[in-house]
Design a binder for this molecule. Structure first.
Ligand SMILES: O=C(O)CCC(=O)C(=O)O
Ligand SMILES: [Fe+2]
Length: 276
């Protein structure tokens, strides 16, 4: 297994592996690399849906996303799909998946199926590094705080997607709700601290007036932006991205209007998060 950083602070390209043919030792090695780096990229993978599923099941326990359309015959695989005629995309803002759940999903394994001629990159950001690079005074103010995360404003009856041309292809009647998590978590596998609030899903910091909470989150996001802990992953046919929701954010760029894009996602189940 050969590892090459994708960018200075985010993402690791893993070469000399076929995800459909891993030994148990390879899986164990991959688990370590995954916990440490948070986002792994693989190229030239031969991973039809049945193999995608088999790899995901070897790696972890699955959770079925309740909002996306499944792949026919594979209820565990979600379609991350944008039609030529649709203008809105899935995941087109910085977020981490399922932080609105009491037990947020551990991560996702996303496989390219059909890509636009240009554009459609996915950006990732490293939340270990983001935490490390925050000013000490801000770190001190954040430690011990808790924040509320919600799916209501995204997937709910009056939520964002409902008013878009993607609304009809999502299962928006599914249950929506809120969950509270520590603002700074201790990653269960790496033991490292990670920043666990995100612009898309975190709605407020608890135990402070709304205006103060808004200002604090704004300050944090501005620092993350400035820290430059991002990468911009250019998909290729056969590419796979695998990310850890506890230590990363992602953002699907929507710069390919008029073109079709389809990826298949399997979501891995997580556990309640512990404060750092
Ligand atoms: O389409 C993408 O690049 C990613 C979409 C997304 O947010 C997700 O699959 O969780
Ligand atoms: Fe996402």
């Amino acid at each position: 297994m050969k590892l090459t950083p994708y960018s200075e602070h985010c993402g690791m390209v893993v070469e000399d592996v076929q995800l459909a043919q891993l030994s148990d030792d390879d899986i164990a090695a991959l688990r370590k690399v995954f916990a440490e780096h948070g986002v792994l990229f693989f190229y030239n993978q031969d991973l039809p849906p049945a193999e995608h599923l088999r790899f995901a099941q070897r790696f972890g326990t699955l959770v079925v996303n309740r909002f996306f359309q499944p792949v026919e015959g594979f209820p565990e695989i979600a379609q991350v799909r944008k039609e030529k005629t649709q203008t809105t995309n899935i995941g087109g803002a910085w977020h981490t998946d399922h932080s609105y759940d009491l037990e947020p999903a551990l991560g996702s394994i996303l496989v390219a199926r059909q890509l636009p001629a240009t554009g459609g990159n996915t950006q990732f950001a490293n939340m270990y590094k983001a935490w490390e690079l925050l000013p000490d005074d801000l770190k001190n103010r954040l430690e011990g705080l808790q924040a509320e995360h919600s799916s209501t404003h995204v997937y709910g009856e009056d939520g964002y997607y409902k008013s878009t041309d993607l609304g009809k292809s999502l299962n928006l009647e599914s249950e929506v709700g809120e969950a509270v998590h520590p603002v700074v978590i201790r990653h269960p596998d790496s033991g490292k601290k990670a920043l666990y609030v995100n612009p898309g899903i975190t709605v407020r910091v608890l135990d402070m007036p709304p205006e103060e909470s808004r200002a604090l989150l704004h300050e944090v996001y501005a620092c993350v932006d400035e820290a430059g802990v991002y990468c911009d992953f250019a998909w290729q046919p056969g590419a796979v991205a695998m990310w850890d929701n506890r230590s990363t954010w992602h953002n699907a760029k929507n710069d390919y209007q008029g073109e079709f894009r389809l990826l298949h996602r399997i979501t891995l189940a997580g556990a309640p998060l512990q404060a750092a």
